[in-house]
Design a protein around this ligand. Structure first.
Ligand code: NA7
Length: 548
């Protein structure tokens, strides 16, 4: 067995007496990798996982039709050639169960399971400046002290709860897609309501439409979506990808979003009408996310390009919906294609051509309440046996904010973030020494990225920062206020002028506790620019950081 322990740093360290060296919160895709990396450094690490298994979102999101939108072979760990070479994938876009099984295999291959405390939710973490330690408390009533605290709790892991009055009185079955029961929900022949029509809702709707007796889709904002092409992966394709590991790894880590595509996209103005159409037709037929991030080099920045691609996609979708009035309701008019997360779909729009599927347009009739037998809109009652909430997450900060974190001078991260959300490269926050996070706001990993690639980079950077503290005989590291302000200014400068900045109705933008719309959490500078900044921090000996 390949174990995760390596040459230790601990022996050389001037370490305060703590129960462990590092606590990792979350055993999902990033948490498992983080645990592996820190164990490799020789640290004594305890991981906490609130649920009963590993996999994070891939453990919880068991709803019908759940699968990844990153195409083979991109959505897998890149840190172990061994793991890569022994992984056989069955579909170009693997389904939830296959990814969960893969993460379990990785967990066992690297001997990580014994370091994870399952069914234990971290509820609070307090930093004591005098001793330079964090005290981490859990819902089981236990607490332990640690020097480093790494939150791998996920950017899309705190489900939004039902905001509708009377939701608890519903006598049928109701559940959020991210808390799907492991023994499933009986849907065949039932009257089902799905609230939400973004990435998750689309996967649910297209999957269950043929099996339920009646499906009511509650849509607040229409979304663009692109057809997924999902063939089986042959043994030859698996072997070819396995043999291509080194080259591919080099390529994906230097792309904008962590995907390797053939060739460079042209600038929009360098193409004529025929070339534009040909390019978009080719990308539409490819059935991947390339049409989103890779249609034209300036697709995120040039309004003409954005308008052109948007009209192309609108025409494609319109052609698939039989009723033109229904097409008007299903087609977005309030945002450009790509300014919200673009889901891949499989006959999603055709589902609305079925007699048993009804679109409830919430722009015409709001949901007013839920009662024992169904949903009340402003104009009628809809009888339902099952309500599925595909209503998304408290994105970016939700899981972190559910932990009461206090840093230096008893400052509260939740309170500070409620006033002004800020991070340094999405991985540290001024005032919170030795606290690290992945998938948090203002990094490519917060959105706009094939996550295993972005997680790789963050996990390694955090490992480098912790190593730096140990090898220099120090006890803590945190960004200075100036470094943080500079990163935030850079983020705003790079991200806001893009198309993403034009859209205020998207989880890419922070929703404050008072409901107002805040910062764009998606960093739009791409992986290479981000990595350059992060690597320079390491190379400079963490200049701009307070290392004590
Ligand atoms: P999203 O992308 O946040 O979508 C949530 C959906 O639920 C969206 O259609 C929302 O409409 C809708 N919603 C949320 N709250 C309400 C209320 N109160 N009433 C009606 N409709 C509501 O979450 P997903 O789970 O689909 O995807 C999240 C990410 O996970 C995805 O991007 C992938 O990266 C993986 P809205 O658009 O806000 O009007």
């Amino acid at each position: 067995m390949e174990t995760a322990t390596g040459a230790g740093l601990r022996e050389a360290a001037v370490s305060p007496a703590t129960d462990c060296d590092a606590v990792v919160v979350g055993a999902g895709l990033a948490g498992l990798h983080q645990l592996y990396r820190l164990r490799q450094l020789g640290l004594n690490v305890v991981a906490f996982e609130a649920s009963d298994g590993v996999g994070g979102v891939w453990h919880h999101n068991r709803y019908p039709g759940a699968r990844v939108d990153s195409h083979f072979p991109h959505y897998q760990y890149w840190f172990s050639r061994d793991l890569w070479e022994e992984s056989e994938w069955t579909e170009r876009f693997p389904a939830q169960a296959e990814i969960e099984a893969y993460l379990n295999r990785a967990c066992d291959k690297f001997g990580l399971r014994e370091h994870i405390r399952f069914n234990t939710r971290v509820t609070a973490a307090h930093y004591d400046e005098a001793s330079g330690t964090w005290t981490v408390s859990t819902d089981g009533g236990t607490s332990l002290t640690t020097r480093f605290l790494v939150l791998n709790s996920g950017g899309l892991s705190a489900p939004r709860q039902s905001p509708f009055p009377g939701a608890a009185t519903f006598r049928g079955v109701s559940c959020h897609t991210a808390s799907w029961p492991s023994d499933g929900v009986e849907l065949a022949g039932k009257r089902v309501g799905v609230i939400g029509t973004a990435a998750t809702g689309i996967q649910v709707i297209q999957t269950i439409a043929p099996i339920v007796s009646h499906l009511s889709v509650f849509q607040r904002t229409p979304n663009f979506a692109v057809p997924m092409k999902n063939p089986k992966i042959t043994p030859e394709q698996n072997a070819a990808a396995q043999a291509d590991f080194e080259r591919l790894r080099g390529v994906v880590h230097n792309t904008f979003g962590g995907f390797a595509y053939e060739g460079e996209p042209p600038m929009f103005d360098d193409t004529d009408e025929a070339a534009r159409q040909a390019r978009l037709e080719q990308l539409w037929a490819a059935g991947t996310l390339e049409i989103w991030g890779g249609s034209f080099a300036d697709a995120f920045a040039n309004p003409d390009a954005a308008r052109y691609v948007t009209e192309f996609v609108r025409a494609k979708i319109r052609a698939r919906i039989n009723d033109p009035k229904l097409a008007d309701k299903l087609l977005p008019t309030d945002h450009y294609f790509g300014s919200r997360r673009v889901p891949l779909e499989t006959r999603y729009f055709e589902a609305y051509n079925r007699d048993n599927v009804e679109l409830v347009d919430l722009r015409e009739e709001l949901i007013v309440s839920i009662d024992a037998t169904g949903i009340n809109t402003a104009t009628r009652h809809i009888d339902l046996d099952v309500i599925i909430y595909a209503t998304g997450f408290e994105a970016g900060v939700g899981a972190i904010n559910r932990i009461a974190i206090t840093g230096r001078d008893r400052r509260s991260l939740r309170d500070e973030w409620n006033k002004a959300l800020r991070t340094t490269v999405g991985m540290q926050v001024h005032g919170y020494p030795n606290l690290f996070m992945t998938m948090a706001p203002f990094a490519p990993a917060s959105a706009l990225c094939n996550l295993p690639v972005c997680a790789d980079h963050q996990v390694d950077w955090i490992g480098d920062a912790i190593s730096y503290v140990y090898t220099n005989g120090k006890s803590s590291i945190e960004p200075s206020a100036e470094t943080e302000a500079a990163w935030m200014a850079h983020h705003v400068e790079v991200s806001e002028p893009t198309m993403l900045g034009s859209n205020t109705n998207s989880w890419y933008r922070h929703k404050r506790a008072d409901g107002s719309v805040g910062e764009l959490i998606a960093y739009a500078g791409g992986i290479p620019q981000y990595r350059e900044t992060c690597d320079a921090m390491v190379a400079s000996g963490f200049k701009g950081f307070i290392v004590r």
